[in-house]
Design a protein around this ligand. Structure first.
Ligand code: TEU
Ligand code: CA
Length: 554
């Protein structure tokens, strides 16, 4: 078994984690101050969202220089220090690798846009206009508008799947691939243990550059963006060049992968990636086929959530390994999104945690999830995120397919900024995140929801996570046990069995606000964990609102 299969990984969004110097922006020395806290939680590795030099059009997912730490976050020496200190704490470091695109401020792009015949000319994807001057294809960007931007100095368009300030790299060019591998070796030499790979399934583009059938004559988003013809070849090459020789762990982000695609990416025999993040279970509260995409929300469907997670458990059993997550910097807070963030904040936070951490795979915890942080109820003017702003412009202002009020309602449920408010450390001014003016508004509930209060509370989300993490470290049944979904059609209960040898554990959660009886369970068992603390009755047969338990029935 590899270290990362027994591990729980904690994601840090540095900008919002801890500010050490009072400029209102979280930074690397701030992370270092919190290593004891992370150790107390019990996690094994940290994934840092991008801290490289960047104009921050997309909060660092637009990189100017892969080898330089942005002065907002500190210096390269601060990073070296943090890696060293983390290792001394027994924490591994996984860095974000954004290799599908760079910032338009990158010297590579600045050179590339200058002319058609310099060393960097083919580092990006340039194409001539259509005869009538239109963009080369009708592909749409994820952040609104066409995926092509015209540059007069080359009389050509370049491709960008995200903002126009995020030009896509040309992976067909071997010089680009070698430049990325060299960068990975460079950080390996600084002690980095692995990579989270941003939209890695987008790196290969279909070189035919075909238009999509398009009755509405609007740019078409998705479909063109993933699983290009050379994707597996490129990832396999990266595996051989850097991942395998330097034993670095890899978890790829793969927005459109189904479980069958996942097997091709993470089956160890194929020598590509260790794990991938799927988006499939993120769609259980989205109206399928609606023109407003992820802004067309609907109540989440527990049956669908179970079907998707169970399908991934089955598909990767003996053919790969799951990366398990509910929250990250692109997703909302689970109690607000799928649970109840007022009356049952503690209960719903811990119920979803139990469901996730009981599965086979490597759980990822996003900063603040371990204290049950919630979505802020912002007004439109409070939001910062480029994805939200560009989608508002496209859907509300131009297309007029959703009203401003409904867009705001969706934003409060699912927008990316919900997870990006500063970490709530204590009840003092600005939640102890900064002594200056925070770069982004805090969630106004920080006087009551914060690390310090939670760790002292009877109902402590943090303590519950500590226990879940300990169990994963100690109990092989959680890492290796067979998985079987029970009661698949029950609309409120998420129940499954893990089995290892003659050991059997049931993981049970009531994802509703009413007490539920649980049918067809064994007569008795031994409670390993229960989020209703001492008050629990008989979780094998009756579950209180958002009650969750793990019960041994061997
Ligand atoms: O996200 C990829 C991605 O698909 C998201 O932009 C997605 O469209 C959005 O979360 C809504 O579902 C990665 C990063 O995680 C994200 O922060 C970046 O903005 C994006 O890539 C571009 O680098
Ligand atoms: Ca700072």
């Amino acid at each position: 078994m590899n270290w990362w299969q027994k591990a729980v990984i904690y994601q840090i969004y540095p900008k919002s984690f801890m500010d050490s110097n009072g400029d209102g922006i979280g930074d690397l020395p701030g992370i270092e101050q919190k290593l004891d806290y992370l150790k107390a939680l019990g996690v094994d590795a940290l994934w840092l969202s991008p801290i490289y030099l960047s104009p921050q059009v997309d909060n660092g997912y637009d990189i100017t220089d892969y080898r330089q730490v942005d002065p907002r976050f500190g210096t390269n020496a601060d990073l070296a220090h943090l890696i060293h200190a983390s290792h001394q704490h027994g924490l591994k470091i996984i860095m974000d690798m954004v290799a599908n695109h760079t910032s338009d401020q990158s010297p590579w792009f600045q050179e590339s846009r200058r002319s058609r015949d310099n060393y960097f000319s083919d580092f990006y994807i340039w194409r001539d206009p259509k005869p009538n001057g239109d963009p080369p294809t009708n592909w749409g960007s994820n952040f609104g508008g066409s995926a092509w931007e015209y540059v007069p100095s080359r009389k050509q368009y370049y491709l960008h799947y995200y903002a126009k300030e995020q030009p896509d790299l040309n992976w067909e060019n071997p010089l680009v691939r070698q430049a990325i591998y060299d960068m990975m070796r460079y950080w390996k030499a600084h002690g980095v243990d692995g990579w989270r790979m941003d939209v890695i399934t987008s790196i290969s583009k279909d070189q035919r550059f075909l238009d999509y059938p398009n009755p509405q004559h609007l740019p078409v988003v998705m479909g063109n963006q993933n699983d290009g013809p050379r994707m597996h070849e490129f990832i396999h090459e990266m595996h051989n060049e850097v991942l395998a020789p330097f034993a670095m762990v890899s978890v790829g982000e793969s927005p459109s992968a189904k479980s069958t695609d996942a097997r091709l990416l993470v089956d160890p025999q194929r020598e590509e990636l260790d794990m991938i993040f799927t988006f499939e279970h993120m769609h259980v509260d989205r109206q399928p086929g609606n023109v407003n995409g992820r802004w067309a929300i609907q109540p989440m469907d527990v049956v669908q959530l179970k079907r998707i997670l169970a399908n991934w458990q089955d598909a990767l059993r003996d053919h790969g390994w799951n990366a398990l997550y509910f929250e990250n910097h692109d997703r909302a807070r689970t109690p607000s999104r799928w649970g109840n963030d007022t009356t049952y904040r503690y209960e719903s936070a811990t119920a979803f945690a139990t469901v996730l951490h009981g599965l086979q795979g490597t759980p990822f915890i996003y900063q603040g999830e371990e204290i049950g942080m919630t979505n802020p109820r912002f007004e439109l003017a409070d939001y910062e995120d480029i994805e939200l702003k560009t989608n508002y412009e496209k859907l509300v202002a131009q297309q007029k397919t959703i009203s401003s009020a409904d867009f705001l309602k969706a934003a409060r449920k699912i927008s990316r900024d919900n997870a990006r408010t500063p970490m709530q450390w204590d009840g003092t001014k600005n939640a102890g995140f900064t002594k200056g003016d925070p770069w982004f508004k805090l969630n106004p509930n920080y006087p009551s929801v914060n690390v310090s209060a939670d760790r002292q509370a009877q109902k402590s989300v943090f303590k519950y996570y500590q226990r879940l993490i300990q169990l994963r470290h100690q109990e092989d049944i959680l890492t290796s046990g067979q998985f079987e979904l029970l009661l698949p059609d029950d609309p409120h209960l998420f129940v499954y069995r893990r089995t290892l040898g003659d050991k059997q554990w049931l993981v049970l959660a009531n994802l509703s606000e009413e007490t539920q009886t649980v049918p067809d369970m064994p007569a008795s068992g031994r409670i390993i964990l229960d989020n209703y603390l001492a008050q629990h009755g008989d979780p094998l047969h009756e579950l209180q609102p958002y009650e969750a338990a793990i019960v041994a029935v061997d």
